[in-house]
Design a protein around this ligand. Sequence first.
Ligand code: MG
Length: 481
Amino acid sequence: MIKLCVFDMDGTTVDTLHTIAHYANGILEENGIATFPDEAYKDFVGAGALNMFLAVRERTGFAGELAVRMKDEWIRRYAADPLHLTRAYGGIADMLKALRDSGIKTAILTNKDQRLADAIAASLFPGGLAGPVLGDRPGRALKPDPGELLSLMRGLGVSPDECLYVGDTPIDMKTGRAAGCLTCGVSWGFRPVSSLLGSGADFIVSSPGDIVRCCAASALPDGGRPFPSTVRFPFGKQLLCFDLDGTLTQHRSGLEPENRAMLDELCRGHKVVIVGAGNCERIYAQTGGYPVDIIGNYGMQESTCSGGDFRVVRVDRSEPDRDYFVRTCAMLRSKYGFTEYAGEPLEFHSSGMVTFPLLGTAADIADKLAFDPDRAKRRRMYGEVLSLFPDYSVFIGGTSSFDFTGKRYNKYDAIMRYAGEHGYDPSRILYVGDDFSDGGGDSHVRTGGLDYVEVADYRRTPAALAFLTAGQTGPDQAGNS
Ligand SMILES: [Mg+2]
């Protein structure tokens, strides 16, 4: 449970870009050095004032001692009018107030000169709203050194796993990581989200209200981490995609009341889609006619349902190379010792999907269940099967078989197609499934890079997704500007 939120200042709580650029460009100009557009300073800031001038020097080339003199002059001018062109980002003050109202401590940790940081915080967050302000002063190591953050936590009696560190640059993410905190990147700051994820951000928020929601999620009964590490954009989800068997229901069973109620609640704020291995009719029937869009057969089919009217709206077919399947699967049978089988050695479905049942199409159900319960037999073969069928998506299916679809028919490509047609950004998609290991039905979602939640038991799915609805009464998402 989060008890302390520590914020970076520039680019995180306060938009100082134009101020920083204004004072720096003035000094560069007076020294006959080329100036930079304000946007360029996004790359120069984050590591303290001297490092900013050293970054400028790298681009322009001037004597090192001049950088030190310019830094001193920059701080002098800045301190004379620290709020010129500076504003707090929209929603920050409301967020700070909401956190403090719910008993969460706040602080600012910045590489900005202490005098400047104090002046800005006193003016934009009056009454000590932001909590202690820790800036650059003699004797303090700059971020990414975690020392200052660690001593702040010690002083407040908060452990690293109870502290959220929020910032907008890779230096911030490294600082939070080094201190052992949960580390949150903001999308509105000076650096791209990709650089924050690449430098260790646990997750990204796109509005100050998301930080309140994160803290609310951390206080859920399950406690601890607010959401799984496989979710990098936990807030503002629009499209929720669910696997069926093992995720929403027991294998081939109906939808139980708890999971139906969860879907009802999630449908109020999200688009919900079921993405299954079976065909749309079967999935629709298994859910008892739950009225959502269904992507069936790994994307070969799509259905919709409104006002009780179920309609299949798309059916793709693909034509597998039957001769190749017959030859290659026979080779695999003899290589791995599965030459004895009941019924047919292969099953070609009308959709174009192919099943390679190692025990044959007519094997006894008890034999099938006992054959490979931990999938070890099929995992051993999986890499080779995959390399022999480069034009197909290959799944370790059912109890004792491999399933094949055309290459682009897998849950990742199917969801991306649906998202493209319906206008959802990938960062707004969350997939929920139970089988992400190599060859599993949900594996392509993991390797494709979508946010996902892995559930071990369909009865635990509502608890695993509680973060989606936690703190819904926090400050409005649109607060950020
Ligand atoms: Mg910053």
